[in-house]
Design a protein around this ligand. Structure first.
Ligand code: NZQ
Ligand code: ZN
Length: 387
Protein backbone atom coordinates (compact mmCIF):
# COMPACT_ATOMS: atom_id res chain seq x y z
CA UNK A 1 0.00 0.00 0.00
CA UNK A 2 1.40 3.39 -0.99
CA UNK A 3 1.56 6.52 1.16
CA UNK A 4 -1.31 8.93 0.75
CA UNK A 5 -2.60 12.25 2.03
CA UNK A 6 -6.30 12.82 2.33
CA UNK A 7 -7.85 16.24 2.89
CA UNK A 8 -11.20 17.33 1.51
CA UNK A 9 -12.28 20.59 3.11
CA UNK A 10 -15.77 20.55 1.56
CA UNK A 11 -18.71 20.10 3.92
CA UNK A 12 -21.41 17.91 2.41
CA UNK A 13 -25.00 18.57 3.48
CA UNK A 14 -26.74 15.45 2.29
CA UNK A 15 -30.45 14.65 2.23
CA UNK A 16 -33.90 16.00 1.63
CA UNK A 17 -34.50 19.54 2.85
CA UNK A 18 -30.85 20.54 3.36
CA UNK A 19 -31.49 23.66 1.29
CA UNK A 20 -32.69 25.25 4.55
CA UNK A 21 -28.97 25.56 5.46
CA UNK A 22 -28.20 27.71 2.41
CA UNK A 23 -28.43 31.07 4.15
CA UNK A 24 -26.16 30.06 7.01
CA UNK A 25 -23.64 28.60 4.53
CA UNK A 26 -23.42 31.74 2.39
CA UNK A 27 -23.65 34.36 5.12
CA UNK A 28 -20.05 34.18 6.46
CA UNK A 29 -18.68 35.01 3.01
CA UNK A 30 -20.68 38.19 2.30
CA UNK A 31 -23.88 39.40 0.68
CA UNK A 32 -22.96 39.78 -2.99
CA UNK A 33 -23.69 36.47 -4.66
CA UNK A 34 -23.12 35.19 -8.18
CA UNK A 35 -25.96 32.73 -8.80
CA UNK A 36 -24.80 30.44 -11.62
CA UNK A 37 -26.75 27.73 -13.40
CA UNK A 38 -27.17 25.86 -16.67
CA UNK A 39 -29.79 25.81 -19.38
CA UNK A 40 -32.90 26.04 -17.22
CA UNK A 41 -33.53 22.67 -15.56
CA UNK A 42 -33.41 24.35 -12.14
CA UNK A 43 -36.29 26.59 -13.20
CA UNK A 44 -38.36 23.63 -14.40
CA UNK A 45 -38.00 21.81 -11.06
CA UNK A 46 -38.77 24.89 -8.95
CA UNK A 47 -35.33 25.00 -7.37
CA UNK A 48 -34.53 28.39 -8.86
CA UNK A 49 -37.57 29.90 -7.09
CA UNK A 50 -36.63 28.24 -3.80
CA UNK A 51 -33.08 29.57 -3.99
CA UNK A 52 -34.19 33.06 -5.02
CA UNK A 53 -36.61 33.21 -2.13
CA UNK A 54 -33.87 32.30 0.36
CA UNK A 55 -31.51 34.86 -1.16
CA UNK A 56 -34.16 37.61 -1.21
CA UNK A 57 -35.17 36.91 2.36
CA UNK A 58 -31.52 36.94 3.45
CA UNK A 59 -30.95 40.36 1.88
CA UNK A 60 -28.38 39.19 -0.66
CA UNK A 61 -27.55 41.14 -3.80
CA UNK A 62 -27.76 38.63 -6.62
CA UNK A 63 -26.03 38.68 -9.99
CA UNK A 64 -26.98 35.84 -12.33
CA UNK A 65 -24.92 33.81 -14.75
CA UNK A 66 -27.18 31.48 -16.73
CA UNK A 67 -26.70 29.19 -19.70
CA UNK A 68 -23.61 27.30 -18.57
CA UNK A 69 -23.30 24.51 -21.13
CA UNK A 70 -22.86 20.78 -20.57
CA UNK A 71 -19.10 20.44 -21.26
CA UNK A 72 -18.73 24.05 -20.06
CA UNK A 73 -16.93 26.41 -22.37
CA UNK A 74 -14.13 28.85 -21.67
CA UNK A 75 -16.50 31.60 -22.83
CA UNK A 76 -18.75 30.96 -19.82
CA UNK A 77 -15.74 31.13 -17.53
CA UNK A 78 -14.79 34.48 -19.05
CA UNK A 79 -18.34 35.83 -18.67
CA UNK A 80 -18.47 34.70 -15.05
CA UNK A 81 -15.14 36.28 -14.17
CA UNK A 82 -16.25 39.58 -15.68
CA UNK A 83 -19.50 39.51 -13.72
CA UNK A 84 -17.67 38.76 -10.48
CA UNK A 85 -15.22 41.59 -11.00
CA UNK A 86 -17.85 44.12 -12.11
CA UNK A 87 -20.19 43.31 -9.23
CA UNK A 88 -17.55 42.74 -6.56
CA UNK A 89 -18.95 39.30 -5.85
CA UNK A 90 -18.20 37.81 -2.41
CA UNK A 91 -19.34 34.23 -3.00
CA UNK A 92 -20.39 32.05 -5.93
CA UNK A 93 -23.48 29.87 -5.66
CA UNK A 94 -23.50 27.12 -8.32
CA UNK A 95 -26.83 25.34 -8.76
CA UNK A 96 -26.76 22.40 -11.15
CA UNK A 97 -24.74 19.44 -12.36
CA UNK A 98 -21.02 18.93 -12.74
CA UNK A 99 -20.75 21.33 -15.65
CA UNK A 100 -22.11 24.26 -13.67
CA UNK A 101 -19.97 23.45 -10.64
CA UNK A 102 -16.82 22.94 -12.74
CA UNK A 103 -17.37 26.22 -14.55
CA UNK A 104 -17.83 28.01 -11.22
CA UNK A 105 -14.60 26.59 -9.83
CA UNK A 106 -12.73 28.05 -12.81
CA UNK A 107 -14.58 31.35 -12.39
CA UNK A 108 -13.78 31.45 -8.67
CA UNK A 109 -10.08 31.05 -9.41
CA UNK A 110 -10.19 33.13 -12.59
CA UNK A 111 -11.24 36.23 -10.63
CA UNK A 112 -7.77 36.30 -9.08
CA UNK A 113 -5.88 35.04 -12.10
CA UNK A 114 -3.60 37.54 -13.72
CA UNK A 115 -3.42 36.49 -17.34
CA UNK A 116 -5.44 34.80 -20.05
CA UNK A 117 -8.03 32.43 -18.60
CA UNK A 118 -7.36 29.68 -21.13
CA UNK A 119 -3.73 29.73 -19.92
CA UNK A 120 -5.08 29.07 -16.43
CA UNK A 121 -7.17 26.13 -17.71
CA UNK A 122 -4.27 24.65 -19.65
CA UNK A 123 -1.58 25.54 -17.10
CA UNK A 124 0.31 23.29 -14.74
CA UNK A 125 -0.76 24.38 -11.25
CA UNK A 126 -2.04 23.24 -7.86
CA UNK A 127 -5.07 24.75 -6.10
CA UNK A 128 -5.44 28.46 -6.82
CA UNK A 129 -6.55 31.42 -4.77
CA UNK A 130 -10.30 31.59 -5.36
CA UNK A 131 -13.57 33.16 -4.32
CA UNK A 132 -15.57 30.95 -1.95
CA UNK A 133 -17.93 28.55 -3.72
CA UNK A 134 -21.10 26.93 -2.42
CA UNK A 135 -23.11 24.57 -4.61
CA UNK A 136 -26.48 22.87 -4.80
CA UNK A 137 -26.08 19.63 -6.74
CA UNK A 138 -28.83 18.48 -9.12
CA UNK A 139 -27.25 15.49 -10.91
CA UNK A 140 -25.42 12.49 -9.46
CA UNK A 141 -22.37 11.90 -11.60
CA UNK A 142 -19.09 13.76 -11.56
CA UNK A 143 -18.32 14.21 -7.87
CA UNK A 144 -17.46 17.84 -8.61
CA UNK A 145 -19.35 18.71 -5.41
CA UNK A 146 -16.63 16.93 -3.43
CA UNK A 147 -13.38 17.54 -5.31
CA UNK A 148 -11.27 20.43 -6.55
CA UNK A 149 -11.34 19.49 -10.22
CA UNK A 150 -12.98 21.20 -13.13
CA UNK A 151 -13.08 20.34 -16.81
CA UNK A 152 -13.35 23.20 -19.30
CA UNK A 153 -13.75 23.00 -23.08
CA UNK A 154 -12.52 25.14 -25.92
CA UNK A 155 -14.42 24.12 -29.02
CA UNK A 156 -12.28 26.28 -31.29
CA UNK A 157 -9.08 24.44 -30.43
CA UNK A 158 -10.91 21.15 -29.83
CA UNK A 159 -9.53 20.86 -26.31
CA UNK A 160 -11.25 19.71 -23.13
CA UNK A 161 -8.92 20.00 -20.18
CA UNK A 162 -9.22 18.98 -16.56
CA UNK A 163 -7.38 20.91 -13.88
CA UNK A 164 -7.61 21.69 -10.18
CA UNK A 165 -8.93 25.05 -8.98
CA UNK A 166 -10.61 25.05 -5.59
CA UNK A 167 -12.88 22.94 -3.40
CA UNK A 168 -16.44 24.01 -2.76
CA UNK A 169 -16.77 25.29 0.80
CA UNK A 170 -20.08 23.44 1.06
CA UNK A 171 -22.25 21.26 -1.16
CA UNK A 172 -25.95 20.69 -0.66
CA UNK A 173 -26.85 17.24 -2.01
CA UNK A 174 -30.60 16.72 -1.94
CA UNK A 175 -31.54 13.57 -3.89
CA UNK A 176 -35.05 14.86 -4.60
CA UNK A 177 -33.53 17.43 -6.98
CA UNK A 178 -32.41 14.54 -9.18
CA UNK A 179 -35.93 13.09 -9.65
CA UNK A 180 -36.24 15.07 -12.88
CA UNK A 181 -32.93 13.94 -14.40
CA UNK A 182 -33.68 12.18 -17.72
CA UNK A 183 -33.11 8.44 -18.12
CA UNK A 184 -30.25 9.23 -20.51
CA UNK A 185 -28.44 11.52 -18.06
CA UNK A 186 -29.16 9.20 -15.13
CA UNK A 187 -27.55 6.29 -16.96
CA UNK A 188 -24.67 8.45 -18.20
CA UNK A 189 -24.10 9.82 -14.70
CA UNK A 190 -23.95 6.33 -13.25
CA UNK A 191 -21.48 5.24 -15.93
CA UNK A 192 -19.34 8.22 -14.91
CA UNK A 193 -19.51 7.24 -11.23
CA UNK A 194 -18.50 3.67 -12.10
CA UNK A 195 -15.67 4.87 -14.31
CA UNK A 196 -14.24 7.01 -11.49
CA UNK A 197 -13.97 3.80 -9.50
CA UNK A 198 -12.58 1.72 -12.38
CA UNK A 199 -9.79 4.24 -12.94
CA UNK A 200 -8.37 3.34 -9.52
CA UNK A 201 -9.62 -0.23 -9.12
CA UNK A 202 -7.77 -1.42 -12.21
CA UNK A 203 -4.32 -0.71 -10.84
CA UNK A 204 -1.22 -2.81 -10.23
CA UNK A 205 -1.34 -2.12 -6.49
CA UNK A 206 -2.55 -5.42 -5.09
CA UNK A 207 -2.37 -4.84 -1.34
CA UNK A 208 -4.77 -1.95 -0.80
CA UNK A 209 -7.65 -4.01 0.49
CA UNK A 210 -9.69 -1.18 2.02
CA UNK A 211 -9.87 0.74 -1.24
CA UNK A 212 -10.72 -2.42 -3.21
CA UNK A 213 -13.68 -3.18 -0.96
CA UNK A 214 -14.85 0.45 -1.00
CA UNK A 215 -14.62 0.41 -4.79
CA UNK A 216 -16.60 -2.82 -5.05
CA UNK A 217 -19.25 -1.45 -2.67
CA UNK A 218 -19.69 1.64 -4.83
CA UNK A 219 -19.94 -0.45 -8.00
CA UNK A 220 -22.50 -2.81 -6.45
CA UNK A 221 -24.56 0.15 -5.28
CA UNK A 222 -24.55 1.58 -8.80
CA UNK A 223 -25.57 -1.78 -10.27
CA UNK A 224 -28.36 -2.16 -7.75
CA UNK A 225 -29.84 1.30 -7.99
CA UNK A 226 -29.48 2.49 -11.59
CA UNK A 227 -32.27 0.17 -12.83
CA UNK A 228 -34.48 1.32 -9.94
CA UNK A 229 -33.90 5.00 -10.71
CA UNK A 230 -34.70 4.34 -14.37
CA UNK A 231 -37.95 2.50 -13.74
CA UNK A 232 -38.98 4.64 -10.77
CA UNK A 233 -37.38 8.10 -11.17
CA UNK A 234 -38.82 9.39 -7.87
CA UNK A 235 -37.46 6.55 -5.75
CA UNK A 236 -35.73 8.40 -2.91
CA UNK A 237 -33.78 5.29 -1.98
CA UNK A 238 -32.36 4.89 -5.49
CA UNK A 239 -31.62 8.58 -6.06
CA UNK A 240 -30.06 8.95 -2.59
CA UNK A 241 -27.77 5.97 -3.04
CA UNK A 242 -26.64 7.16 -6.47
CA UNK A 243 -25.99 10.65 -5.14
CA UNK A 244 -24.01 9.36 -2.17
CA UNK A 245 -21.73 7.14 -4.26
CA UNK A 246 -21.15 9.93 -6.78
CA UNK A 247 -19.44 12.08 -4.16
CA UNK A 248 -17.26 9.28 -2.79
CA UNK A 249 -16.34 7.79 -6.18
CA UNK A 250 -14.36 10.82 -7.36
CA UNK A 251 -12.99 11.83 -3.96
CA UNK A 252 -9.82 9.77 -4.10
CA UNK A 253 -11.11 7.54 -1.29
CA UNK A 254 -11.63 4.45 -3.49
CA UNK A 255 -8.02 4.73 -4.65
CA UNK A 256 -6.38 5.10 -1.21
CA UNK A 257 -2.88 3.67 -1.24
CA UNK A 258 -2.87 2.91 -4.94
CA UNK A 259 -0.50 3.89 -7.70
CA UNK A 260 -2.04 6.54 -9.95
CA UNK A 261 -3.06 5.16 -13.33
CA UNK A 262 -3.42 8.34 -15.39
CA UNK A 263 -7.16 7.57 -15.72
CA UNK A 264 -6.99 6.06 -19.23
CA UNK A 265 -10.73 6.01 -19.99
CA UNK A 266 -11.11 9.63 -18.91
CA UNK A 267 -8.13 10.65 -21.04
CA UNK A 268 -9.71 8.96 -24.04
CA UNK A 269 -13.21 10.26 -23.31
CA UNK A 270 -12.19 13.88 -22.91
CA UNK A 271 -10.90 13.77 -26.49
CA UNK A 272 -14.26 12.45 -27.73
CA UNK A 273 -16.08 15.26 -25.92
CA UNK A 274 -13.59 17.84 -27.17
CA UNK A 275 -14.02 16.78 -30.80
CA UNK A 276 -17.71 15.87 -30.79
CA UNK A 277 -19.25 17.53 -27.68
CA UNK A 278 -20.81 14.26 -26.46
CA UNK A 279 -22.10 13.45 -22.97
CA UNK A 280 -19.13 12.47 -20.80
CA UNK A 281 -20.72 9.40 -19.19
CA UNK A 282 -21.92 8.04 -22.53
CA UNK A 283 -18.40 8.25 -23.95
CA UNK A 284 -17.07 6.43 -20.89
CA UNK A 285 -19.70 3.68 -21.13
CA UNK A 286 -18.73 3.03 -24.75
CA UNK A 287 -14.99 3.10 -24.11
CA UNK A 288 -14.75 1.13 -20.87
CA UNK A 289 -15.66 -2.43 -21.97
CA UNK A 290 -13.52 -2.01 -25.13
CA UNK A 291 -10.59 -0.77 -23.07
CA UNK A 292 -11.03 -3.71 -20.69
CA UNK A 293 -11.08 -6.26 -23.52
CA UNK A 294 -8.06 -4.63 -25.12
CA UNK A 295 -5.84 -4.66 -22.02
CA UNK A 296 -6.88 -8.19 -21.09
CA UNK A 297 -5.73 -9.34 -24.51
CA UNK A 298 -2.59 -7.21 -24.53
CA UNK A 299 -1.40 -8.38 -21.12
CA UNK A 300 -3.14 -11.49 -19.78
CA UNK A 301 -1.17 -11.13 -16.52
CA UNK A 302 -3.82 -8.59 -15.50
CA UNK A 303 -6.58 -11.23 -15.69
CA UNK A 304 -6.63 -11.77 -11.91
CA UNK A 305 -8.23 -8.39 -11.41
CA UNK A 306 -10.95 -9.04 -13.96
CA UNK A 307 -11.65 -12.35 -12.23
CA UNK A 308 -12.03 -10.53 -8.91
CA UNK A 309 -14.26 -7.92 -10.62
CA UNK A 310 -16.54 -10.68 -11.97
CA UNK A 311 -16.77 -12.44 -8.62
CA UNK A 312 -16.99 -9.56 -6.16
CA UNK A 313 -18.92 -7.03 -8.21
CA UNK A 314 -21.15 -9.19 -10.41
CA UNK A 315 -21.38 -12.23 -8.14
CA UNK A 316 -20.37 -14.57 -10.98
CA UNK A 317 -18.73 -17.94 -10.57
CA UNK A 318 -16.83 -20.29 -12.86
CA UNK A 319 -13.28 -20.92 -14.01
CA UNK A 320 -10.89 -18.01 -14.16
CA UNK A 321 -10.64 -17.81 -17.93
CA UNK A 322 -14.40 -17.57 -18.36
CA UNK A 323 -14.79 -15.18 -15.44
CA UNK A 324 -12.26 -12.65 -16.74
CA UNK A 325 -14.38 -11.90 -19.79
CA UNK A 326 -17.76 -12.58 -18.16
CA UNK A 327 -17.42 -9.55 -15.88
CA UNK A 328 -16.71 -7.33 -18.88
CA UNK A 329 -19.69 -8.78 -20.76
CA UNK A 330 -21.89 -8.12 -17.73
CA UNK A 331 -20.77 -4.49 -17.63
CA UNK A 332 -21.44 -3.96 -21.33
CA UNK A 333 -24.91 -5.52 -21.04
CA UNK A 334 -25.64 -3.40 -17.99
CA UNK A 335 -24.93 -0.19 -19.88
CA UNK A 336 -26.87 -1.41 -22.93
CA UNK A 337 -29.90 -2.31 -20.83
CA UNK A 338 -29.76 1.13 -19.25
CA UNK A 339 -30.37 2.57 -22.71
CA UNK A 340 -26.91 3.94 -23.40
CA UNK A 341 -25.93 3.90 -27.10
CA UNK A 342 -22.97 1.56 -27.03
CA UNK A 343 -21.13 2.47 -30.23
CA UNK A 344 -19.55 5.70 -31.41
CA UNK A 345 -21.25 5.19 -34.77
CA UNK A 346 -24.62 5.67 -33.07
CA UNK A 347 -23.36 9.10 -31.96
CA UNK A 348 -22.36 9.96 -35.52
CA UNK A 349 -18.65 9.53 -34.83
CA UNK A 350 -16.41 7.93 -37.43
CA UNK A 351 -12.70 7.30 -37.93
CA UNK A 352 -11.88 10.82 -39.08
CA UNK A 353 -10.11 12.06 -35.91
CA UNK A 354 -8.96 8.78 -34.36
CA UNK A 355 -5.22 9.41 -34.83
CA UNK A 356 -5.41 12.98 -33.59
CA UNK A 357 -7.51 12.07 -30.53
CA UNK A 358 -5.19 9.19 -29.64
CA UNK A 359 -2.14 11.46 -29.79
CA UNK A 360 -3.80 14.05 -27.53
CA UNK A 361 -4.99 11.40 -25.06
CA UNK A 362 -1.47 10.15 -24.53
CA UNK A 363 0.86 13.17 -24.58
CA UNK A 364 4.46 12.17 -23.83
CA UNK A 365 3.39 8.63 -23.01
CA UNK A 366 1.19 9.91 -20.16
CA UNK A 367 -0.59 6.55 -19.89
CA UNK A 368 2.56 4.57 -19.24
CA UNK A 369 1.49 3.99 -15.62
CA UNK A 370 -1.97 2.75 -16.52
CA UNK A 371 -2.97 -0.70 -15.27
CA UNK A 372 -1.69 -1.92 -18.62
CA UNK A 373 0.43 0.84 -20.18
CA UNK A 374 -1.06 2.21 -23.37
CA UNK A 375 0.73 3.49 -26.44
CA UNK A 376 -0.84 5.89 -28.89
CA UNK A 377 -1.36 3.00 -31.32
CA UNK A 378 -3.17 1.04 -28.59
CA UNK A 379 -5.52 3.96 -28.03
CA UNK A 380 -6.27 4.18 -31.74
CA UNK A 381 -7.21 0.51 -31.66
CA UNK A 382 -9.51 1.04 -28.67
CA UNK A 383 -11.27 3.94 -30.43
CA UNK A 384 -11.73 1.76 -33.53
CA UNK A 385 -13.22 -1.05 -31.44
CA UNK A 386 -15.84 1.47 -30.25
CA UNK A 387 -17.06 2.43 -33.73
O1 NZQ B 1 -28.13 22.79 -18.12
P1 NZQ B 1 -29.33 22.31 -17.43
O2 NZQ B 1 -30.59 22.91 -17.95
O3 NZQ B 1 -29.22 22.40 -15.94
O4 NZQ B 1 -29.52 20.74 -17.82
C1 NZQ B 1 -28.55 19.76 -17.49
C2 NZQ B 1 -27.74 19.29 -18.71
O5 NZQ B 1 -28.48 19.42 -19.87
C3 NZQ B 1 -29.29 18.51 -17.10
N1 NZQ B 1 -29.66 18.47 -15.67
C4 NZQ B 1 -28.88 18.70 -14.59
N2 NZQ B 1 -29.61 18.54 -13.47
C5 NZQ B 1 -30.86 18.22 -13.85
C6 NZQ B 1 -30.90 18.19 -15.27
N3 NZQ B 1 -32.02 17.91 -15.95
C7 NZQ B 1 -33.16 17.65 -15.23
N4 NZQ B 1 -33.18 17.67 -13.89
C8 NZQ B 1 -32.07 17.94 -13.17
N5 NZQ B 1 -32.11 17.91 -11.82
O6 NZQ B 1 -28.38 17.46 -17.37
C9 NZQ B 1 -27.54 17.81 -18.45
C10 NZQ B 1 -26.12 17.47 -18.11
O7 NZQ B 1 -25.65 18.29 -17.05
P2 NZQ B 1 -24.09 18.35 -16.72
O8 NZQ B 1 -23.89 19.26 -15.58
O9 NZQ B 1 -23.32 18.61 -17.97
O10 NZQ B 1 -23.79 16.82 -16.30
P3 NZQ B 1 -22.69 16.20 -15.38
O11 NZQ B 1 -23.00 16.43 -13.95
O12 NZQ B 1 -22.56 14.81 -15.83
O13 NZQ B 1 -21.35 17.01 -15.72
C11 NZQ B 1 -20.56 16.68 -16.84
C12 NZQ B 1 -19.30 17.54 -16.89
O14 NZQ B 1 -18.45 17.30 -15.75
C13 NZQ B 1 -17.14 16.94 -16.19
C14 NZQ B 1 -17.42 16.27 -17.51
O15 NZQ B 1 -16.27 16.14 -18.31
C15 NZQ B 1 -18.47 17.19 -18.11
O16 NZQ B 1 -17.87 18.34 -18.65
N6 NZQ B 1 -16.46 16.14 -15.16
C16 NZQ B 1 -16.08 16.74 -14.02
C17 NZQ B 1 -15.37 16.09 -13.03
C18 NZQ B 1 -14.92 16.75 -11.79
N7 NZQ B 1 -15.18 18.00 -11.57
O17 NZQ B 1 -14.32 16.14 -10.95
C19 NZQ B 1 -14.95 14.70 -13.17
C20 NZQ B 1 -15.67 13.98 -14.25
O18 NZQ B 1 -14.89 12.88 -14.64
C21 NZQ B 1 -16.03 14.79 -15.46
O19 NZQ B 1 -14.94 14.86 -16.38
ZN1 ZN C 1 -15.87 11.28 -15.15
Amino acid sequence: MRNFVHAIPTKLYFGEGQIRRLDELLRPFGRRVLLAYGGGSIKRIGLYDTVKEILDKGGYTVTELSGIEPNPRIGSVRRGVELCRENKIDVILAVGGGSTIDCCKAIAAGVYYDGDLWEMVAGDHELLKALPLVDVLTLAATGSEYDAGGVISNLETKEKLGNVYTYPAASICDPTYTYSVSAYQTAAGTADIMSHVFEGYFSRTEDSSLSDYIAEGILKTAIKYLPVALSEPTSYEARANLMAIASVACSGIPAYGKQGTGWPCHSMEHELSAFYDITHGVGLAILTPRWMRFILKKDPSCAWRFVRFAKNVWGLSGDDETLATAGIDALENFFREAGIPMTLTELGIGEEHVAEMAAHANPDGYLKNAFVPLTTEDIEEIYRACL
